[in-house]
Design a protein around this ligand. Structure first.
Ligand code: IVH
Length: 697
């Protein structure tokens, strides 16, 4: 059957009936189109129904209805949002970071629930949607109120904006929705959902805005929140917002209220709400399957067109939920499962600068301490001045911070909406914070450098690196000693490490005879590490222990390497032009040649470890280690990475198992990364392979 405006207008005469019939049919077609992505009529047919309704409503203003489908186009402009007190508090969720936390959560449930309840224990696992939480109220089936979560007690009334979200039914049940016939709308229904945007819609929106020179949003979540908080609902109506609903707070006046969360999801579906089909129910006996299912959430995330923030595990039976209750703001009966990078917001108290061993001066964030993934974070990297400028990060801003695994936390962006005007712009320093030398910025780079070879901070970092485990491995020497020896003036060049005045040091508080003896011994012992370790320890750009290994396989001594030209270095497999260039320019500089010379005179071996290896003393860095490589690496191809690992004595296999020693992961690393995390396999980035002198063991 083809529905046209024509057939409609001849069928019914009374405008009231006609309008009502049109509204119902339009609501049904919107439901088919938006919630099920399965339209029954063409867009043109739909448009003519819609236009007819608009015209009739215009002719009969007394028949207007705030829930008519025509409100989808928005239009009302508010001057502010009214506050609304939630009838039922909108609580948040506790997090489980990893499997262990999830096991502990279940153990607590088993402890709290009476024995006889254990057999009935079951769970529902759902995606954790990443958007803006909304609370929706329906009275006698009519959408009456939509609010933001706010602080959980009081939110903002954003009803006109929510009416423009096409996935939201304005009257329930929607005709044609599953179970429509048998299900009466409850007297009052209050539910919770998440308004979100699909990744691709978000991208094209931002692109168009950029072309028009208008504001863009930092991420899909901001987009959803920003779009719902626009004062002009006409603009909101043009935003590609979508909705998932996932929790009923209140369902009043039902003859047969649902017993379980699973059943209440069925109710939501039957009323015509969008409910995600990725949810699963597990009995307690299927706990292992549940663990496997949530462990794969990264795969689910990669497959879905919108972003997820983890998974939520909920106790299914409503009676058990009630029995378990809440602690503070979190229900005991539900938990959010998250793994991988974790984010939190906190205040940026100040921006400090640090001089690295290459002289690069990098800004770092001083943060108000905030727990992220079980660790308190109070410092984070800000990369470089460009990063701060591009993202417009200001001192005093509330910032979003991410901590992924063990890597240094990172400031992702400022939350500009929270500014109060007191925020301060940060100025790139022009002088080195350590030695006051004017800083330089090479043309193609985003970092500024202190080029003073005698800069104390730089020297401290160089010493720290030189003595570290993957380099000269001087046990007992660390950051504290590096700082002390540099500040006391004992160390002015790396060679001075081998000229330390031991008797004088013995006078320093805390450095007793025994300690000095051990330290002295460790320094002496390090002299025989060989050329590969020494080359690593010099801290030349791009030359970590793997590259050092590759290079020194072609030279007998460090002297030979110093004499090599760009061409011969470039011929070495695994050594690209950047590395060859870095080596040549390092050894071209007189102070660096003099340093190697002094080290040699002080008894530090310049011999290539190849000979030592024949004596069985020096092993390759990855000897006996199994690697898996996944994802797109920033600069290397996978083949190149494989060649490097193999040159270091390691082996590369195709799949992650308990026998894998390391996973080298790049961008878009999928299931292998998930699996490695599950199995606790250490995860490395390309940078580790290039630079790190630390992870040898
Ligand atoms: S249940 C009383 N289920 O995540 C507990 N919340 O971190 C009710 N969220 O803002 C929450 N997807 O609105 C639940 N499938 C889902 C969810 C979900 C996203 C949001 C929630 C809250 C945040 C808590």
């Amino acid at each position: 059957m083809t529905i046209t405006a024509q057939s409609e207008s001849t069928a019914v005469d009374l405008p009231g009936k006609k309008i009502e019939g049109l509204r119902e049919r339009i609501a049904h077609h919107q439901y088919r189109y938006y919630v099920h992505d399965d339209p029954e009529i063409t867009d043109a047919e739909f448009d003519s129904l819609f236009r007819e309704l608009l015209a009739l409503e215009e002719q009969n203003p007394e028949l207007s209805d705030p829930n008519s489908p025509t409100v989808r186009v928005g239009g009302g402009v508010a001057d502010r949002f009214e506050k609304v007190r939630h009838q039922v508090p909108v609580l948040s969720l506790a997090n489980a970071f990893g499997e262990e936390d999830l096991h502990r959560w279940r153990e607590r449930l088993l402890r709290l629930l009476p024995e006889e309840e254990h057999a009935r224990l079951a769970y529902v696992v759902e995606p954790k949607f990443d958007g803006l939480t909304v609370v929706l109220q329906f009275d006698e089936g009519q959408f009456t109120l939509g609010a933001t979560r706010g602080d959980g007690e009081v939110g903002e009334n954003i009803t006109p904006n929510l009416r423009t979200v096409n996935h939201l039914p304005l009257q329930i049940p929607v005709k044609g929705a599953n179970g429509h016939r048998g299900l009466h709308p409850p007297r009052r229904l209050i539910l919770r959902g998440e308004v979100y945007v699909e990744e691709s819609d978000f991208q094209s929106f931002n692109q168009e805005q950029e072309e028009r020179g208008e504001r863009t949003y930092a991420n899909p979540r901001n987009f959803a929140a920003g779009s719902l908080r626009l004062l002009d609902s006409g603009i909101t109506s043009e935003r590609p917002l979508k909705l998932w609903t996932y929790q009923i707070f209140l369902e009043e006046g039902l003859e047969q209220p649902p017993d379980s969360h699973w059943e209440s999801l069925e109710h939501l579906r039957a009323y015509g709400f969008p409910v995600c089909d990725e949810s699963r129910r597990f009995g307690d006996a299927e706990w292992d399957d549940l663990i496997e299912f949530v462990g794969k959430w990264h795969e689910l995330r990669a497959r879905l067109p919108y972003d997820l923030d983890g998974m939520v595990v909920k106790v299914d039976l409503l009676a058990q939920q009630e029995y378990l209750g809440f602690t503070g703001k979190d229900p005991r009966w539900a938990v959010a499962f998250k793994t991988g990078g974790e984010e939190a917001t906190t205040k940026l108290l100040d921006i400090g600068v640090k001089v690295g061993r290459t002289g690069a001066v990098t800004p770092n964030a001083v943060l108000e301490p905030v727990p992220i993934g079980g660790v308190t974070v109070q410092a984070a990297t800000l990369h470089n001045a460009d990063y701060i400028e591009e993202l417009d990060i200001r001192i005093g801003d509330t910032v979003l911070v991410k901590r992924a695994g063990d890597v240094i936390p990172k400031v992702l962006r400022p939350i500009k909406e929270l500014r109060d005007g007191s925020e301060q712009l940060w100025k790139t320093p022009t002088e080195c914070p350590s030695c006051a030398e004017l800083l330089e910025r090479p043309p193609e780079e985003s970092a500024t450098y202190c080029v003073n070879n005698a800069c104390p901070d730089q020297l401290v970092r160089k010493v720290e690196y030189f003595v570290s485990r993957g380099a000269m491995d001087i046990v007992g020497m660390g950051s504290k000693q590096a700082e002390l020896f540099v500040s006391e003036g004992y160390v002015n060049t790396l060679a001075d490490i081998y000229r330390l005045p031991w008797e004088e040091i013995e006078e320093i508080e805390g450095y007793g005879e025994k300690r000095i003896e051990n330290l002295h011994h460790a320094v002496e012992e390090s002299k025989s590490r060989g050329a590969t370790r020494l080359l690593t320890a010099l801290g030349i750009r791009f030359v970590g222990n793997v590259v050092a290994e590759l290079v020194m396989a072609h030279f007998d001594t460090l002297d030979d390497l110093m004499a090599a030209d760009l061409e011969s270095l470039s011929e070495i497999e695994g050594i690209g032009p950047k590395i060859a260039e870095a080596l040549v320019s390092y050894f071209k500089l007189e102070p660096n040649r003099a340093l190697v010379q002094s080290l040699s005179e002080l008894g530090v071996s310049l011999e290539s470890p190849r000979q030592e290896s024949e004596d069985g003393e020096q092993a390759l860095p990855f000897e006996g280690k199994t690697f898996v490589v996944t994802g797109t690496l920033p600069t290397m191809s996978r083949a190149e990475a494989k060649a490097r690992i193999e040159a270091g004595g390691g082996r590369v296999t195709g799949s992650v198992s308990a026998k894998t020693d390391f996973l080298l992961a790049g961008e878009k690393a999928g299931s292998k990364l998930t699996k490695a995390k599950q199995l606790g396999v250490p995860i490395l980035a390309e940078q580790d392979l290039l630079q790190s002198a630390e992870f040898e063991k």
